[in-house]
Design a protein around this ligand. Structure first.
Ligand code: FA5
Length: 358
């Protein structure tokens, strides 16, 4: 049976040797429990001291203490080594290889309708027009009444209007009879800006107004309930139909090529007199007749006309002194023609396979 002294020496040697092998903090913790813990070897040896005859206890106790102290110091050094090493490993794991090529950034791009609208606005800017915007929630007076479309006018039925219930936004005028047409709506066209801008600026006026428009449409391949328009208005002394024709022919050629033919035919809008409809010769068949132009050879692209004298008066402008022209076109329809897109619903269905092509 080895003496206590021998056991201490044996334990000490074994512990120091084991500590050499410790490579990480878990193993270090296990080592600590095994040798220095409450139930560890050294603590066990302390208990052995109590069983010795009294004259040997002091020496043996000191020997265990010395061994314990040595092991504790060795433990502290080992912990520094392990911590240092683990930090190194962690840094290595997190290291950034600066020589790796970067991941390409996923840049989005402008929606095809925004691109088309900007092309149209650019063409007008080159002709000296300024760009303005107006509200999407519009008052009945601007959207209809001041444009010569009073209540009960049949032209209202061409615009399936989405009215705004003003009670929802706390604006309902309770003095109006119940069931009365609400005076507020989502604008059905950008034409209310004709009045807004005439009231704001004295002539000469040359403006284009892009924006969203809304109609409770039966949606199909060429009709959306949510689409955009660009309104145009020019008011000055001696503006004539020839100016309107020249301006719109220039636009058509800027958008669809210099060889484009344009056709003006009579059309009716209550706020212009005369009113016209502008068509270009079919870009698919050049006018010989095909499915795209329904075998007419022509594609209608917008409504236009000379501003009605009453509308000038409503805008605060004297029709004896000034005249003007106005037009309204739809960028979705223009984009469909330019890119041979056969269904308007593709623009707002958010299919990236479609959108990424432009
Ligand atoms: C108007 O809205 C008139 N305010 C245009 C105008 C302005 C005439 C100034 C005279 C003077 P219209 O309802 O035709 O007209 O619409 C004009 C354009 O908007 C159409 O040519 C078409 O390009 C587009 N548009 C109309 N309804 C829809 C729809 N449901 N979906 C997509 N585009 C539409």
């Amino acid at each position: 049976m080895p003496t206590l002294q021998e056991q201490i020496e044996e334990s000490r040697r074994e512990a120091l040797a084991a500590l050499e092998q410790v490579g990480n903090s878990e193993a270090l913790e296990e080592w600590n429990i095994k040798y220095l813990g409450k139930k560890g070897q050294l603590t066990g040896l302390f208990r052995g001291v109590g069983a010795l005859p009294p004259d040997e206890r002091a020496r043996a106790g000191q020997a265990v203490n010395t061994a314990k102290q040595e092991l504790e110091e060795a433990y502290t050094r080992a912990r520094e080594r392990v911590v240092e090493r683990e930090r190194g490993q962690q840094l290595q794991k997190e290291a950034v290889d600066v020589s790796l090529p970067g991941r390409p950034a996923h840049a989005g791009h402008l929606h095809v309708i925004t691109q088309t609208s900007r092309d149209i606005l650019r063409a007008f800017r080159d002709m000296g027009f300024q760009v303005y915007e107006g509200p999407e929630v519009e008052l009945d007076v601007y959207n209809f009444e001041l444009l010569n479309i009073p209540r009960e006018h049949p032209a209202r039925s061409m615009h399936d209007t989405l009215y705004v219930d003003e009670r929802l936004i706390g604006l309902r005028d309770e003095s109006r009879p119940p069931g009365d047409t609400p005076p507020m709506m989502l604008r059905t066209h950008t034409s209310p800006n004709q009045i807004r801008l005439m009231r704001k600026f004295p002539p000469p006026i040359r403006v284009v107004v892009p924006g969203r428009t809304y109609r409770a449409e039966a949606i199909d391949a060429t009709h959306e309930a949510y689409f955009s328009q660009i309104e145009g208005l020019a008011v000055d002394k001696k503006v004539t139909l020839a100016d309107l024709k020249g301006t719109l022919a220039t636009l058509a050629r800027a958008l669809f090529g210099p060889e484009r033919l344009v056709r003006f035919r009579c059309d009716y809008f209550p706020y212009v007199e005369p009113g016209v409809d502008l068509a270009i010769d079919c870009i698919v068949c050049s006018g010989t007749g095909c499915r795209a132009c329904k075998y007419t050879g022509w594609l209608e692209i917008m409504g236009a006309g000379m501003v009605h004298p009453q509308v000038l008066i409503n805008g605060g402008i004297d029709p004896d002194e000034y005249s003007g022209f106005a037009f309204g076109l739809g960028p979705e329809r223009i984009a469909m023609l330019r890119h041979a897109i056969d269904d308007i619903r593709l623009f707002y269905s958010n299919d990236l396979r479609f959108l990424q092509q432009f």
